[in-house]
Design a protein around this ligand. Structure first.
Ligand SMILES: [Zn+2]
Length: 764
């Protein structure tokens, strides 16, 4: 029974039936505190138990366990919709699957029927960055509200939307952050930093995995997206404390050029609507069109799968501890000024007290605005979705007829990796049964063919083509406008794979689409068995994600190695235990000194300290080898007084700028590091990278950046500053040696092309 009560103020308050109210517990009843209460966080056990309880007691909510996280926790997705929709869920999913692929629809009558019967499918994903806790907490209140409320607006959502809620994209990190925070509450360390990566391998890079699909959480989510084809995916984040209170799209330029304009428009209208709903709810300080661009596919799987990807970023507190922001701390940001009104930031927040409860309120308002838009505009979302698939199947003019990945390539790892990426993304890849000719090129039997008349051709194109990032400046000839992330993802370069665009249709017989292949990783023989070098990875308590990504590669290859924390290094005697120690990219100051004592418990403070630095010095003098990458190069240079300088240090941005691009590399074929590697290779170069000037007899050069213009893909200003400069060098020190990588040989688990250089650096 539903009672309707009109309060004295005229607001309509609705009570659900007594039976429902008794059986679906509120978050307060389940956790013993209100969601968003200062200093209170629910952990993953509590949250999943609560969702199970809701699913038991509400016909609107179902919980699916999609699989396990990296560290074995359940990874869950809630399906929330009206009981009537729940009863015909598989039929509604089939409708969605047909609308996703126009080739499956026989005529206009069927299309009209599908558009009439289909529901808007929305996925919301929470707190992939585990310290951005608001989303993971807000989810519980949102689900409770959708499970119990009979407000007309909620009914409208439930009737018209199938809401797929992934209440944490990173349950491992959620538990680590919550445990750490609880230990600190009430002490001087409250709200302090977690001293390890909050995703086991990738840390903050876990939301840069939406095309490489390296992590279990990414794969589980993408499979759910492929099964359901959501028209909208909303990814909930938090940003710094002193800018706007919440960000929604439109994104700033540039957009990656293969994204359908229908998606850009959909993102623009939806983000603007969400900001308007914040304003209507009295939530001041919403900004649109600031800070975040839409270039890299690494953050936006749905932009290549006919869906709008909405990022939101609420201003943070100190985990769950409130902050006070003075008005004069609010200032200029990219695209707006947090202290001033502007078209995209009409109602500045004046400063003051800011709490987890505020974050949760803003995020819940945004999520409900998004769901309302999806429900109310269902015909628009479904038609738009169908049209995007139709554009792709008809093929864009800028795309070739097909991409061909020739058979019999030597780099099996790279080929398998590329095929895994394409097929996991639902791109149809076929095998040619016989040799064939296209554009005058002869391809062998067994070559893989990606015809571009298919729904997710845009993904294939974005992965396989060269990126020409636009030359964006503050003013003509002025400083570059930095990309939000990186500017290149060309897989054939990163993975050392040949892929050929052909403009002639491939007419030979093709297999059905191939299934998703596994990674094909085989550890080099020199790193296996009794003669393998004894390898250790240094793992700082200010752990950089570059170190985590390297562990991921080593683990995938099944390589044996030890992890060294500061205390392990300080103990010394390293030369008797190890042959080689790897220092991934990390600032020298961070390696030496780590956290201050006031930031973390004593066992996590102080970095290597003098004893640790001396132990590494002795290790090399006694015959060990250090392999140092990018920023860690500075630490090693100081340690041994190497006369190697960074040729691009101190250059102004408008003169030299390479913010995540692929350059040419020439490897010395006579060097140990060049064993089994093509002379012509690639280098992943970013703001952390270096090019060397060498003035030291102990140092020999193992590889140079390409001469002429070294750029292969992405954005580069002043390539001449690195052209022909040393990129990898080796120095003899005492009885040992150091190898210095100026660029990143393991870029986010993707640069298969340069993994052999990393492996070769580990043995002599
Ligand atoms: Zn984030």
């Amino acid at each position: 029974m539903i009672r309707r009560v009109v309060s004295a103020l005229g607001a309509v308050v609705l009570f659900t039936s007594a039976a429902t109210a008794q059986t679906v517990p509120t978050p307060q009843q389940a956790f013993g505190f209100e969601i968003g209460q200062d200093r209170k966080l629910a952990d993953w056990n509590q949250l999943t138990a609560y969702y199970e309880k809701i699913a038991e007691t509400s016909q609107r909510v179902r919980v699916d366990t999609l699989g396990k996280t990296t560290k074995g926790r359940p990874f869950v997705m809630l399906i929330i919709t009206s009981p009537a929709n729940q009863a015909r869920l598989s039929e509604l999913r089939d409708i969605q699957g047909k609308l996703a692929d126009p080739r499956k629809i026989s005529d206009d009558t069927e299309l009209r029927h599908l558009l009439d019967q289909g529901r808007t499918v929305v996925m919301i994903t929470h707190s992939i960055h585990a310290t951005e806790v608001g989303g993971s907490q807000m989810a519980a209140r949102l689900v409770w509200r959708l499970a119990t409320s009979d407000e007309p607006r909620i009914k409208e959502i439930l009737d018209n939307v199938i809401f797929l809620d992934i209440p944490s994209l990173n349950p491992d990190g959620l538990d680590w952050v919550v445990d750490w925070y609880r230990q600190g509450v009430g002490t001087p360390l409250e709200g302090g930093p977690l001293p390890w990566l909050y995703q086991f391998y990738t840390g903050h890079d876990n939301n840069r995995d939406w095309y490489a699909f390296t992590q279990d959480e990414t794969v589980l989510t993408v499979k759910a997206q492929n099964a359901w084809h959501p028209q909208i995916v909303h990814d909930i984040h938090q940003m710094g404390a002193t800018s706007a209170r919440i960000f929604f799209p439109p994104y700033i330029d540039p957009w990656e050029p293969n994204v359908d304009p229908h998606i850009t428009s959909a993102v623009n209208q939806l983000g603007t609507w969400m900001a308007a709903e914040e304003e209507a709810a009295g939530n001041r300080g919403a900004v649109v069109s600031g800070q975040y661009d839409a270039f890299t596919p690494a953050r936006a799987y749905m932009h290549y799968h006919a869906g709008a990807r909405i990022l939101s970023e609420a201003a943070s507190v100190r985990i769950a501890t409130p902050v006070d922001i003075a008005a004069d701390q609010l200032g200029p940001s990219r695209g707006y000024d947090a202290s001033k009104s502007s078209w995209n930031f009409p109602d500045p927040w004046p400063g003051g007290h800011w709490t987890l409860g505020d974050i949760v309120n803003y995020q819940e308002t945004g999520a409900l605005a998004l769901l309302t838009n999806a429900a109310r505009n269902r015909p628009y979302w479904l038609t738009n979705f169908y049209d995007i698939g139709k554009h792709a199947v008809e093929k864009w003019d800028r795309w070739p007829e097909a991409w061909v990945i020739p058979a019999n390539q030597t780099n099996v790892t790279g080929v398998q990796y590329v095929l895994r990426i394409l097929t996991l993304a639902d791109v149809e890849v076929h095998k040619a049964s016989a040799s064939f000719t296209a554009d005058g090129i002869q391809f062998p039997a067994g070559s893989w063919v990606v015809p571009m008349h298919q729904p997710y051709a845009s993904f294939a194109q974005a992965m396989l083509e060269v990126q020409h990032y636009p030359d964006l400046r503050a003013y003509p000839g002025g400083p570059p406008l930095r990309p939000y992330d990186v500017t290149a993802q060309t897989l054939p370069y990163l993975m050392d794979v040949e892929a050929v665009a052909v403009d002639e249709p491939v007419t030979t017989a093709l297999s059905d689409p191939i299934p998703v292949p596994d990674f094909a990783f085989t550890l080099p023989a020199a790193l296996r068995g009794a003669n393998a070098p004894r390898v250790a990875m240094y793992k700082s308590w200010q752990e950089p994600s570059t170190e985590g990504w390297t562990r991921w590669v080593f683990d995938k290859y099944g390589m044996t190695y030890d992890t060294l924390h500061d205390a392990d290094v300080r103990k010394g005697g390293l030369a008797s235990r190890y042959d080689v120690i790897v220092l991934q990219s990390q600032r020298a100051q961070s390696i030496r000194s780590g956290f201050r004592a006031a930031q973390v418990p004593p066992e996590y403070a102080g970095g290597l300290g003098e004893a640790g630095v001396a132990a590494l010095h002795d290790f090399v003098e006694a015959g060990g080898r250090i392999v140092a990458v990018e920023q860690a190069v500075d630490f090693v240079k100081d340690l041994f007084d190497l006369q190697v300088t960074n040729a691009v240090d101190g250059l102004a941005n408008q003169d030299f700028y390479i913010p995540g691009s692929i350059l040419r590399l020439r490897v010395d074929p006579a060097s140990d590091i060049g064993r089994g590697v093509d002379t012509e290779s690639i280098a992943w170069f970013s703001g952390s990278s270096q090019a060397f000037d060498v003035n030291d007899d102990r140092v020999k050069v193992l590889a140079h950046y390409g001469t002429g213009d070294p750029l292969l893909s992405g954005w580069e200003l002043g390539g001449s500053y690195v052209a022909g400069k040393p990129a990898i060098v080796e120095a003899s020190v005492g009885k040992g040696s150091v190898v210095l990588f100026g660029f990143q040989p393991n870029y986010r688990g993707q640069s298969v092309a340069t993994w052999p250089l990393l492996f070769n650096s580990l043995h002599r």
